[in-house]
Ligand binder design. Structure first.
Ligand code: SF4
Length: 345
């Protein structure tokens, strides 16, 4: 494979062959001075993903630089693995997948179809350059995309085949690649390399904590009651007054509080006011919802539409008309307050 293609798409089989053909192995990657650029770039891949949410790409000319770029990819994956944080794994997988999507935009339909094949999704093109994929694959990959553009009603579906533009197809491949990376991690090297990896991982852990705080709706400043949406304020009030919350209300409250950065102790304190409070039962429910019980992904707080369906939307105010999610309400209100303070009002 052309070294520049390998640098762009280091996850392809041809890129692995390019690396093997240049005697790049774990020993060189971890211990050789000549592979230091690959280790530095590997760290950069992770910080890019944590920061801008996209691993950067620079066009490279020299074969050596391309090799470093290719080897930085497994190094980044091992760095993420040794840190072992679910948020980081997801963020990193997203950063790599967004990068790939951007690069696919500049490739021909044939190359895009070849790459999708390596990601496990068969595709072909017709004479007009439209891409074709199976209907079940489309459903699998588009299910999490909320925009109306992805709804079946807006798709060209004929005889079990979806006809789709290259740009939209590449966007679906972003999801496929993100899932693939998440499913492949953790990827740990043999123990002898762990000291090198752990040394490089230490500054990334600090960056990870900063990113988590920055990205939480509370912006790392802790939850402020004044920004809470009416529905959550009402659920909190009910809980504090010792009134019984319906299951959907407890679920909404726990998922919202977790998203705001509250830990188990913070959340259980809220429910301790309830008349039927039973710590072991509440502990089970909270840890199940937050994913602590079985190591699963935590549940997300319900959006306004679901809150309304469950009868939990309570006295919506003017700001509610501008949001579709209670977390967005919090963010928007906090932003308004910040803006007003900067203006000195
Ligand atoms: S509109 Fe949304 S944010 Fe506002 S009270 Fe209803 S559910 Fe909560």
């Amino acid at each position: 494979m052309d070294p520049r293609m390998s640098a762009k798409f280091p996850f392809l089989r041809g890129s692995l062959e390019f690396a093997q053909g240049n005697s790049a192995d774990l020993d060189s990657l971890f211990l050789s001075d000549s592979f230091l650029p690959a280790r530095i770039r590997g760290r950069e891949r992770v910080t890019d993903a944590l920061g801008a949410g996209e691993v950067t790409y620079r066009p490279l000319m020299r074969d050596y630089d391309c090799l470093m770029e290719v080897m930085s990819y497994p190094y980044a994956r091992m760095l993420v693995s040794v840190i072992g944080d679910r948020f980081l794994t997801k963020r990193y997988a997203l950063g790599e997948a967004v990068r790939m999507n951007r690069l696919l935009q500049g490739e021909s339909q044939r190359i895009v179809a070849d790459i999708s094949g390596e990601l496990g999704f068969k595709a072909s093109t017709d004479e007009s350059g439209i891409m074709k994929m199976s209907f079940p694959d489309y459903l699998t990959l588009s299910g999490r995309l909320k925009s109306i553009d992805w709804k079946l009603i807006n798709c060209d579906v004929r005889s079990g085949t979806v006809y789709i533009s290259k740009d939209k197809f590449s966007r679906l491949m972003q999801n496929a690649f993100q899932d693939k990376i998440e499913s492949e991690l953790p990827l740990m090297p043999p123990d002898e390399y762990l000291p090198v990896l752990k040394k490089d991982a230490a500054p990334l852990e600090a960056a990870l904590n900063e990113a988590k705080a920055r990205m939480s709706p509370a912006g790392g400043e802790g939850m402020k009651d004044e920004y809470l949406p009416p529905c959550i304020t009402h659920l909190l009030d009910m809980s504090m007054k010792g009134l019984n919350l319906p299951h959907s209300g407890r679920f909404a409250l726990v998922t919202f509080m977790r998203s705001m950065g509250l830990d188990y102790d913070g959340i259980i304190r809220i429910f301790a006011q309830s008349p039927d409070f039973d710590e072991s039962k509440s502990e089970y429910q909270i840890k199940h919802i937050t994913g602590e019980l079985n190591g699963n992904d935590p549940y997300n707080p319900p959006e306004c539409k679901t809150m309304k369906t469950n009868g939990l939307c309570y006295e919506p105010d003017e700001l509610c008309g501008k949001v579709n999610h209670p977390l967005n309400y919090y963010r928007l209100k906090a932003n308004h307050k910040k803006r007003d303070q900067e203006r000195g009002s």
